[in-house]
Design a protein around this ligand. Structure first.
Ligand code: FE
Ligand code: CA
Length: 488
């Protein structure tokens, strides 16, 4: 349809961009006049035009084109731009019929061989809508960022529950239309939508984009057949693709979707975006906290799957970047959460896959990978961890650093004293800091150092929280291990 008439403004889900390269980015929108009522569009293709400009007023348009928003993809549009200048800001917008989208702003990466003076990005995860308002995002918008990284739990799949700050529409999501509605509800949040409008994003998922603590074909609950689980996974992955600014390389193939990929920021940083859910073997000994015994040491157990692990190691060997960043989901440091009855580790995290974990850390060490830095989400707390080759030996060499970002909202206001974690922070010598506030982390990279600013919103159950920087930690190039700069 070339001159569609819409019941209401069709761009109410906003615009987004992502996966920056030196010569382009992907720009995204989705036509949906009534996002909370299935979109309300006829099931036919709609022509969408796009424009890219060097200025916000669109007086310096550098590219334009057309594409089709098809009903098969929920009238979403993903345009992969090429031929743009490196390390530059651009503005973009879409037209459908007589309607014009909001103006998005995005930024390309520097050229492969260039060393930018600095780069700044923010990362966050775990934005359970019912737990609060996304109070970190308005503050993130005021930062001078090149990129935003989301480490997953972008939505939660659970049914709506009463007496929360906000309420999910509908029951636990399973069908494609239910996942679409859930993403629409989240993206209608103005603080989230505005942050997509202002920066390119690099996204990956964790478990709640599909189902809590899933592992490949295995549900958290028993008794669900692999067939019905795969059918649901197909719906979840398709909706994720439809709503995220992803390239065609991530296009879902039935219940499979290749989300792991690399994003280079000149010679300064290579970002390896990982998927620790789709290919992992089942959590050993159940998902909970257990001693490191039995299947934890299964040599066939895997967190990444052999293909992704091979890709990661190959990419790290070929990397010429100062900082090699793993943007991923679950905690890599072997955090002993036990008590005087014995050591206990989370079986859903890397220590539950100890052979995989050690293989990667040994690889960092043996192949002298330049400055490995691991970004982690999932657990709704900040942790600063030095990654040791052998966590049981205090003299073991440091091979990297792990920044664990807290949640945007999940688990509510936070900032409270948690005895279990106070104990864990004390009894694990590689832990430099932990914190239970909500918020996000801003990272500033130069060729000489990495500074991480741990931003906290004191509350999320009301709108309008201030922002506090709880701590600043730094890594010096060539010297793994985090140093406190201020706060904490
Ligand atoms: Fe979460
Ligand atoms: Ca999670």
């Amino acid at each position: 349809n070339e001159s569609p008439k819409f019941l209401a403004y069709p761009f109410s889900l906003g615009v987004a961009s992502g996966d920056p390269e030196a010569d382009g980015v992907v720009i995204w929108t989705r036509l949906s006049p009534d996002p909370l009522d299935g979109g309300r569009l006829d099931p036919e293709p709609i022509r969408v035009e796009w424009e890219v400009s060097q200025d916000e007023a669109f007086s310096k348009i550098v590219q334009k084109g057309k594409c089709l928003a098809t009903p098969q993809l929920g009238h979403s549009v993903h345009v992969e731009l090429t031929g743009l200048s490196p390390h530059s800001w651009y503005f973009y917008r879409f037209h459908a019929g007589s309607e014009i989208s909001p103006v998005g702003r995005t930024r390309t990466a520097p050229k492969r061989m260039d060393m930018p003076d600095k780069m700044k990005f923010a990362f966050t995860s775990c934005q359970h809508l019912e737990s609060g308002f996304f109070n970190g995002y308005p503050h993130m918008q005021n930062e001078d960022l090149d990129l935003v990284i989301h480490l997953g739990d972008y939505i939660y799949e659970y049914a709506g529950r009463d007496n929360r700050v906000r309420k999910h529409l509908g029951k636990e999501v399973e069908s494609l239309d239910e996942y679409r509605l859930r993403y629409s509800q989240y993206r209608m949040d103005e603080d989230l939508q505005e942050t997509h409008r202002l920066f390119p994003w690099l996204v990956t998922w964790d478990d709640h984009e599909f189902d809590n603590n899933y592992a490949n074909l295995v549900s958290e609950q028993d008794g669900i057949s692999p067939e019905s689980f795969l059918a649901r996974r197909m719906n979840a992955y398709q909706a994720y693709y439809e709503f995220m600014p992803l390239r065609k390389r991530s296009f879902p193939q039935g219940p499979d979707m290749k989300l792991y990929r690399k994003c280079s920021y000149g010679q300064l940083a290579d970002f390896f975006v990982l998927d620790t859910r789709q290919y992992r073997t089942d959590q050993p000994n159940g998902d909970r906290q257990k001693p490191m015994t039995g299947k934890v040491f299964d040599s066939q157990a895997t967190m990444l799957g052999s293909e992704q692990e091979g890709w990661l190691m190959g990419g790290l060997l070929n990397s010429e970047a100062t900082w090699n960043v793993l943007a991923q989901q679950v905690m890599m440091a072997a955090l002993n959460r036990g008590d005087d009855k014995g050591a206990r580790y989370s079986m859903d995290q890397w220590p539950g896959y100890e052979v995989s974990r050690r293989r990667l850390l040994q690889f960092f060490h043996d192949r002298k990978i330049s400055n490995p830095v691991v970004l982690t989400g999932d657990i709704h707390l900040n942790w600063v961890n030095d990654l040791q080759l052998d966590f049981k030996d205090p003299k073991s060499p440091l091979v990297g650093t792990e920044w664990v970002g807290t949640s945007m909202t999940s688990a509510g206001n936070g900032g409270n004293f948690i005895p279990e974690y106070e104990r864990a922070a004390k009894q694990n010598n590689f832990v430099k800091w932990y914190n239970s506030n909500r918020g996000y982390v801003s990272c500033e990279l130069t060729k000489d150092h990495w500074k991480s600013y741990f931003r906290a919103t004191p509350f999320v159950t009301k709108k309008g929280s201030p922002i506090e920087t709880k701590a600043i930690f730094m890594i010096e190039e060539g010297q793994p291990g985090a140093h406190l700069v201020s706060g904490a």
